[in-house]
Design a protein around this ligand. Structure first.
Ligand code: AHM
Ligand code: MG
Length: 336
């Protein structure tokens, strides 16, 4: 079956997005060009992350190089690469990065209609031991490109035009939604192209996995504590759930999308808003999960209905399989 084992119907991410855009007669190709630059950033970071283990050998990170200058940490480097790639696309207006305190307003001559919110290298504390890390991004449209304001990015997540992440794991995987379902692409290193490998991802309606940092349990509120207790000691005789927690949001959400289950980063007494940032962590992931048929909830409301007040606001988040999120919603409703 040599013919079957060798795939010849290669659909690249660029081609996929171009095809999607032809469904919108008003589209002028701007979005495809923007996405091309995001993909370029992902490829660069992927190459850098793959070499991270060689850092000491080739002086890539944190060390001083032959010229005696301090090498950049991977998260700083990734941020610079994305900012430059996004600006040079000529299609962006405002950039919000986890790495930058303030938003970047692109100078008028290079300005376009899109605002990009992103975490260039999420989970970077995991890098030194080779655990998967990722880039997360969301895309909004500016109201008026001649007078961009922070209001253009302080929008509820439901106004996102597109969102995605790239996971730098055992392979490099890009998961993307432009508001019309979710598709997964895997980087073929020999081609340097992301190939469609996971068309139309749907999160299973119910899952058997829960994913949470249980080290925070002593500070949890009642509904979260109750839920996790139920995962372990079910009262109706059903099997307990399996615990999986990587501590790298992209990897934990990726597994949740493919296998189903629930990912929680709840509020606790020490951090009443949880840990994860609304604009570039909670929103893009919630958008993807909803587009895949799941739900995302903050403990109070649908996550995508949140309206952030500040660029780096945080929110508790519960996301994953539809039925599992229904259950946690029930527990929070009962506690009110
Ligand atoms: P970071 O943006 O500083 O890398 O932190 C975000 C990461 C997420 O990837 C992950 O879900 C979470 O922090 C894990 O936090 P904790 O170590 O508290 O469980
Ligand atoms: Mg992060």
């Amino acid at each position: 079956h040599a013919a079957e084992s060798q795939r010849t119907d290669l659909m690249t991410v660029t081609c996929h997005v171009l095809n999607e855009q032809t469904k919108h007669p008003e589209a002028r190709g701007d979005f495809s060009i923007l996405l091309y630059h995001i993909v370029l950033g992902c490829k660069f970071v992927c190459a850098a992350v793959n070499k991270a283990g060689l850092a000491k050998l080739i002086g890539l990170v944190g060390d001083t190089n032959v010229q005696g200058e301090e090498q950049k940490k991977l998260d700083v480097l990734s941020n610079q690469v994305f900012v430059k790639a996004l600006i040079s696309s000529g299609r962006t207006c405002i950039l919000v990065s986890e790495e930058d305190e303030v938003a970047t307003f692109v100078e008028p001559s290079k300005r376009g209609r899109y605002c990009v919110v992103f975490d260039p290298l999420d989970g970077s504390s995991n890098i030194d031991c080779g655990v998967s890390v990722g880039t997360i991004f969301g895309i909004y449209m500016v109201k008026d490109k001649d007078t961009p304001t922070l209001e253009d990015v302080l929008q509820p997540g439901k106004n996102l035009l597109a969102a995605g992440y790239c996971m730098y794991g055992s392979s490099c995987t890009l998961v993307l939604s432009t508001g019309n379902g979710v598709n997964g692409f895997t980087l073929d290193p020999s081609l340097g192209e992301f190939i469609l490998t996971h068309p139309d991802i749907k999160v299973p309606k119910a899952g058997r996995i829960y994913s949470v940092n249980e080290g925070n349990a002593k500070n949890w509120d009642e509904p979260t504590a109750k839920y996790v207790e139920k995962c372990k000691f079910s009262k109706d005789g059903s099997f307990p759930k399996t615990l999986r927690y990587i501590g790298s949001m992209v990897a934990d959400v990726h597994r949740t999308l493919l296998y189903g289950g629930i990912f929680l980063y709840p509020a606790d007494k020490k951090s009443p808003n949880g840990k994860l940032r609304v604009l570039y962590e909670v929103f893009p992931m919630s958008f993807l999960v909803e587009q895949a048929g799941g739900q995302a909830f903050t403990g109070k409301q649908r996550a995508l209905d949140l309206v952030p007040k500040n660029l780096h606001d945080r929110s508790p988040i519960f996301l994953g399989s539809y039925d599992d999120i229904e259950e946690i919603k029930g527990l929070y409703a009962a506690a009110e």
